[in-house]
Design a protein around this ligand. Structure first.
Ligand code: FAD
Ligand code: DHB
Length: 393
């Protein structure tokens, strides 16, 4: 089968779905091809913190009805160390901006629903996606679906297929520079059917390792533990997780962690990764396909949205005026924000995690840094400004 469109999008994660949505609003036709099922992508539990800019964009583009009903707006976070909590008043420090707690898979559900309601093309469970002609003016993608092969000719291809996707690999050898760092720890994350034990997120530093108390709703908690890389979910029965969380999150004044049935459990590696540039010919990479940040800064999903915001604007300008100025500047525009987020996420990670072989001297430095952020207005303001998110470019 042969088909044509203006933009072929690979991947129905936040980057691909948001890009399709923004292009649709500009009257630009697209197809999204995804190798997993709709059910799978709508239930994949990952991030949960939306920056102010991400929320604003969802509101402005008409996909925020449920977000505005169910999302939890937070104006502060807590840093907990040496058994004492210190509140960082994000909104006071960052010009009134806030974060909203709303699961990534809820964003994905809302964008898929909007796409289907608009009658726009999205294919799940496709196989063997291949790209060709990306150096020329008429690239194409090819994929298999229900035993038949389809080729779609287009003007642009967007590689929104995540870190393990295939789009990045279609760029000829020698074009991309890779920058990466693997952290010497991973995160074990759980979702639990229990009311959150704190009203705001708690980032806790403890000699046994980092712990994070987050939430999804008034009845669902989301918690994370720093674990060794290579840890298997089966190494951590539920009781062991709750016990460890209780130790790492304990306060001197007897804060109580409520436990409950664990409904989801996974281990995520912590890494930094960036490719430069994020484009080659008519192929543009966006989101995790181009960069990964350690989760401590809660930036991954928000960076994906920022990329496609820039890309949609550049593609729209090309169709409107024929000028490729914004497209040519795509990587440079995005990479500034990507490296700022990379720096912030590394700063947060270094401040809060236990590093293997840490000596008492480094321990003290880590606590001094936390003290500086908790008691010093300038350090706290820098954290708050980055955490709620820099304005979209
Ligand atoms: P993805 O969400 O990865 O979407 C890519 C899509 O492409 C997927 O649907 C995938 O199935 C599809 N795809 C892949 N290959 C192909 C192919 N060959 N053909 C067609 N489709 C393909 N960030 C945080 O801020 N906080 C967190 O707690 C957090 N937890 C995470 C946990 C895990 C296990 C992972 C992997 C990431 C986590 N992140 C977290 C990061 C955040 O979720 C990502 O930054 C975000 O999903 C990026 O969106 P994306 O659309 O670029 O990529
Ligand atoms: C969540 C994830 C993060 O990576 C983070 O820094 C804060 C919260 C979450 O899933 O709720």
């Amino acid at each position: 089968m042969k088909a044509t469109t203006q933009v072929a999008i690979i991947g129905a994660g936040p980057a691909g779905l948001f890009l399709g949505h923004l292009l649709g609003l500009e009257g630009i036709d697209s197809i999204i091809v995804e190798n997993r099922s709709r059910e799978y992508v709508e239930h994949r539990v990952r991030a949960g913190v939306l920056e102010q800019g991400t929320v604003d964009l969802m509101v402005q583009t008409g996909v925020a009805d449920r977000l505005q009903r169910e999302g939890l707006v937070h104006h502060g976070i807590e840093l907990r160390f040496n058994g004492v909590g210190h509140r960082i008043p994000l909104s006071d420090l960052a010009g009134g901006r806030s974060i909203t707690i709303y699961g990534q898979q809820e964003v994905v559900k809302d964008l898929i629903a909007a796409r289907l309601a608009g009658g726009r093309d999205i294919r799940f469970e496709v196989e063997d996606v291949q790209l060709s002609g990306i150096a020329g003016k008429r690239p194409s993608i090819r994929f298999a679906e229900a035993a038949s092969a389809t080729t779609v000719d287009c003007d642009f291809i967007a590689g929104c297929d995540g870190f393990h996707g295939i789009a990045r690999g279609a760029i000829p050898d020698g074009v991309l520079s890779h920058y990466d760092y693997d952290f010497p720890f991973a995160w074990l994350g759980i979702l639990a059917a229990v009311a959150p034990s704190a009203n705001e997120l708690v980032y806790a530093r403890h000699e046994r390792g980092f712990a994070l108390h987050s939430l999804r709703s008034p009845t669902v908690s989301r918690l994370y533990l720093q674990v060794d890389p290579g840890t298997e979910v089966s190494d951590w029965p539920d009781d062991r997780i709750w016990e460890e969380l209780r130790v790492r999150l304990a306060t001197r004044d007897g804060w109580v962690l409520r436990d409950g049935p664990v409904i989801e459990k996974n281990v995520a590696a912590m890494r930094s990764f960036v490719v430069e540039p994020m484009q080659f010919g008519r192929l543009f990479l966006a989101g995790d396909a181009a960069h990964i940040v350690p989760a401590t800064g809660a930036k991954g999903l928000n960076l994906a949205v920022a990329d496609v915001y820039v890309l949609a604007r550049a593609i729209a300008a090309w169709y409107r005026t024929g000028s490729s100025t914004l497209l040519d500047a795509y990587s440079e525009t995005c990479l500034k924000r990507v490296w700022r987020a990379q720096e912030f996420s590394n700063y947060m990670s270094a401040m809060l995690h236990r590093y293997p072989g840490t000596d008492p001297f480094r321990d003290r430095l880590q606590v001094a840094r936390l003290e500086a952020v908790s008691t010093g207005e300038e350090a706290a303001r820098a954290l708050a400004t980055n955490y709620v998110g820099l304005p979209l470019p």
